[in-house]
Design a protein around this ligand. Structure first.
Ligand code: PGA
Length: 249
């Protein structure tokens, strides 16, 4: 990976207006300008993707792309359209998209479209709940393998894998993963990537943790969670809270 750490914000359907988005991006840009070696990204709502022109130190991306090419697909935006509109990356397979109906097959198609358009992507994986038999590890392995195994060019465009335990995401989270729980899964994901791509290629792919990351717990994940970065939801919406997390990287 080209950065020491990679910190990506996922803005979901926020903020309310383009103006507010521009203001926050300008504030985050100021912070980014003072930081060396840390990759900083924001996954914007797709209509805002054009605001990136002034924010040269931040990777501005989107949160999803279509798994089909151009054509009669009302409401969708293709990876190539998104890229040519200015996106530097896209998230694929976020648990909220999966909860709206995206299956592993849809995720595979989206990865293929992103790779075809040469659009870097962050692949999100994570279990809905934990069990005592380690089945959650199998779920995660399957998500990684299904998304990547048939896409031979995917390894060239994968920006990161984000481990996001669904039970730890958002305001309705039922718990927060510990750095130790994160470490177990990050080792497991790294092993899965090695099985798929071989050691050298696998070691170049950053693994991020996401799920209620805040200034209070970010350092723990970065130091003890075996991850090379973070995917931050709520606390990426304000430059101040996001800046506090970036400064820990
Ligand atoms: P959260 O969201 O930080 O608000 O839990 C993370 C995500 O959904 O990517």
């Amino acid at each position: 990976m080209q950065y020491k750490k990679l910190i990506i914000g996922n803005w979901k359907a926020n903020p309310k207006t383009l103006r507010e988005a521009e203001k926050t991006i300008a504030e985050i840009s100021k912070i980014a300008n003072k930081i060396r070696g840390v990759g900083i990204g924001i996954a914007l709502p797709t209509p805002f993707v054009g605001i990136g022109k002034k924010a040269r130190k931040i990777l501005l991306g989107v949160q999803d792309v279509s798994g089909d090419g151009e054509g009669a697909y009302t409401g969708r935006a293709t990876a190539l359209q998104t890229k040519t509109a200015g996106a530097a990356f896209t998230i694929i397979g976020h648990s909220e998209m999966r909860s709206y109906g995206d299956t592993d097959i849809d995720v595979t198609k989206k990865v293929a479209e992103a790779a075809k358009a040469k659009l870097p992507f962050v692949l999100c994986v994570g279990e809905k709940s934990r069990d005592n038999d380690g089945m959650y590890l199998e779920t995660i392995r399957t998500q990684v393998i299904r998304a990547l195994e048939k896409n031979s060019s995917a390894k060239k465009y994968i920006l990161a894998i984000a481990y996001e335990p669904v039970w730890a995401i958002g305001a309705h989270a039922t718990g927060i993963a510990t750095p130790t729980e994160c470490l177990e899964v990050s080792i497991h994901i790294r092993r899965t990537l090695r099985d798929l791509f071989g050691e050298r290629q696998a070691n170049m792919i950053p693994i991020l943790y996401g799920g209620s990351v805040s200034g209070a717990n970010a350092a723990g994940f970065l130091k003890e969670g075996g991850v090379q970065g973070l995917l931050v939801g709520r606390d990426s919406l304000q430059a101040k809270t996001f800046g506090a997390i970036i400064s820990l990287a």
